[in-house]
Design a protein around this ligand. Structure first.
Ligand code: FES
Length: 141
């Protein structure tokens, strides 16, 4: 039986750095970040698009990395939780999570923080109701 090579070359800009990968076309962005680039801050919760634990920014917009193929991201900017504190200085949202004891088990926290950063950038933090609506894709048990 002949095996067909389904790999593809992909260039991503991850947290400001160019990263070249050769991957199977079916590899999700979540798995590429965690398994190929060792960026394990992005969590795998449901792996089905239901929990938000895997939220990252793609060209500044929130995406569920478990539902995003890496091959779709060629030439694009990816920001993970690690990219929010590039020089070790925490992002104000990260500081707020610590200051207000926003952690429970912590598993959803990185997705919550990345999503909250995007929410602020999107200008969707005008009211508690608006924040609830636009954070509703990020679940905490
Ligand atoms: S791991 Fe992606 S939405 Fe749950």
């Amino acid at each position: 039986m002949t095996r067909i090579d389904t790999s593809v070359d992909v260039m991503l800009r991850v947290n400001g750095s160019a990263r070249r990968l050769r991957l199977d076309t079916r590899v999700t962005l979540l798995d590429a970040l965690r398994d190929e680039l060792d960026l394990t801050g992005t969590k795998k919760g449901c792996d089905q698009g239901a929990c938000g634990a895997c939220t990252v920014l793609l060209d500044g917009k929130r995406v569920l990395s478990c539902l995003t193929l890496t091959a779709q991201c060629d030439g694009r900017d990816v920001t993970t939780i690690e990219g929010l504190a590039p020089d070790g200085r925490l992002h104000p949202v990260q500081e707020a999570f610590i200051r207000h004891d926003g952690f429970q088990c912590g598993y959803c926290t990185t997705g919550q923080i990345v999503s909250a950063v995007a929410l602020l950038q999107e200008g969707r933090a005008g009211s508690d109701e608006e924040i609830r609506e636009f954070m509703s894709g990020n679940l905490c048990r």
